[in-house]
Design a protein around this ligand. Structure first.
Ligand code: SF4
Ligand code: SF4
Length: 146
C-alpha cells in the first residue's frame, strides 16, 4: 500500500518545488514570461504550484508541447519557436493576440503593456522592471522612455 504523505512531507515537497522554480527562473528567465505577456515568475498561482506556467516543463520532457491548447502558445512557442509574441514580426496585425489583449478586464491591458514594453525596451529591461512584482503584471512605466 502506498504510504500517505505526512503534512511535513507535503510541506517539504512544496518548499523544494519553490526552490526548483527559483533556480529555473535564474537559469532561464525568459521561460517565465508567458507568450501573451503574463509574467509567470511573479504569479502567486505558479508559486502555489496550482499552475505549471506558460512555457515551463517542455524542455525537460515533463510536459508535451503537442498537447498545448492555447492558440497563442501553440503559434508562438511551438510553431515559431519564439519566447513571446513580442518577438513576432506579425504582432501588430495578429488578430489572435490583439483579440486576446482587447478582452474586458484589467489584466489583459497589463499583459499587452508588458509585450509592448518588451518590444520597445527589450527583455533585460523588462526583467529588471518586474523584479518586485507580486503578481503576473505590475508597474512598468518607470523604465519607459520619456
Ligand atoms: S494565455 Fe496562453 S500565452 Fe498567455 S500565459 Fe496562458 S498559455 Fe501562455
Ligand atoms: S503575435 Fe500572433 S502570429 Fe505572432 S506569435 Fe503571437 S499569436 Fe503567433
Amino acid at each position: 500500500m502506498t504510504p500517505i504523505p505526512s503534512n511535513d512531507d507535503v510541506d517539504s515537497q512544496h518548499q523544494s518545488s519553490i526552490a526548483d522554480t527559483r533556480r529555473e527562473s535564474q537559469e532561464f528567465p525568459l521561460r517565465f514570461i508567458g507568450c501573451c505577456g503574463a509574467y509567470c515568475r511573479t504569479c502567486g498561482v505558479l508559486k502555489e504550484g496550482v499552475c505549471k506556467g506558460c512555457k515551463l516543463g517542455y524542455g525537460n520532457g515533463e510536459r508535451d508541447i503537442a498537447k498545448a491548447k492555447c492558440a497563442m502558445k501553440v503559434c508562438c512557442f511551438k510553431d515559431r519557436h519564439l519566447e513571446t509574441c513580442a518577438d513576432c514580426a506579425e504582432y501588430s496585425e495578429c488578430e489572435r493576440i490583439q483579440t486576446f489583449h482587447s478582452h474586458e478586464g484589467y489584466k489583459y491591458k497589463k499583459y499587452k503593456q508588458s509585450i509592448e514594453f518588451i518590444r520597445k525596451n527589450g527583455y533585460p529591461a523588462f526583467l529588471q522592471a518586474s523584479e518586485n512584482w507580486k503578481g503576473p503584471y505590475g508597474k512598468l512605466e518607470r523604465l519607459l522612455p520619456p
